[in-house]
Design a protein around this ligand. Structure first.
Ligand SMILES: Cc1cc2nc3c(=O)[nH]c(=O)nc-3n(C[C@H](O)[C@H](O)[C@H](O)COP(=O)(O)O)c2cc1C
Length: 132
């Protein structure tokens, strides 16, 4: 974060308001999970709903595994799981499924949110792509 933005946004509320505007209005899908082993969804933006067909109320408290199904490459998911348990970021592509059951190729970047060295949440930036 630059010093200019630190000076302009002094309080936690300022920072949260900025993040909310950014995430709510992103063209890319954004999904946040808590830091528990279960990895429960605590936030999705409108672009996630547009991409997957799942509304926010339907997915909060669930895990992103709801997007997987027959055809999802278990090797990629295993690499992701290994990165998560090591606290590392991961980028990959796999077949996921929309709420209506239609398959699509999801490209994600999953990153830890670290505060004082401790992981507090995980963020994924997601978009549909055309090739694996
Ligand atoms: C922030 C975050 C976003 C994720 N998004 C997706 C996703 O869009 N599609 C997907 O197939 N898996 C996604 N995952 C992976 C699953 O939640 C889970 O971690 C993965 O399936 C490995 O666990 P498992 O081996 O127990 O299934 C995401 C994980 C995290 C932490």
């Amino acid at each position: 974060m630059s010093n200019s933005i630190r000076q302009a946004l002094e309080t936690d509320d300022d920072n949260l308001a900025l993040l909310k505007v950014l995430a709510d209005n992103s063209f890319d899908s954004i999904l946040v999970t808590d830091a528990t082993k279960a990895g429960k969804i605590i936030y999705v933006n409108k672009a996630f709903t547009k991409l997957t067909g799942y509304g926010q109320d339907e997915v909060i408290g669930q895990t992103p595994r709801i997007l997987q199904g027959t055809g999802t490459d278990r090797k990629v998911i295993k690499e992701l799981a290994t990165a998560l348990s090591a606290g590392r970021k991961f980028e990959g592509k796999a077949i996921n499924f929309k709420k209506d059951g239609s398959p699509f190729i999801m490209h994600w970047r999953v990153l830890p949110v670290k505060v004082g060295g401790k992981i507090r949440a995980w963020v994924a930036i997601q978009r549909e792509t055309s090739g694996l």
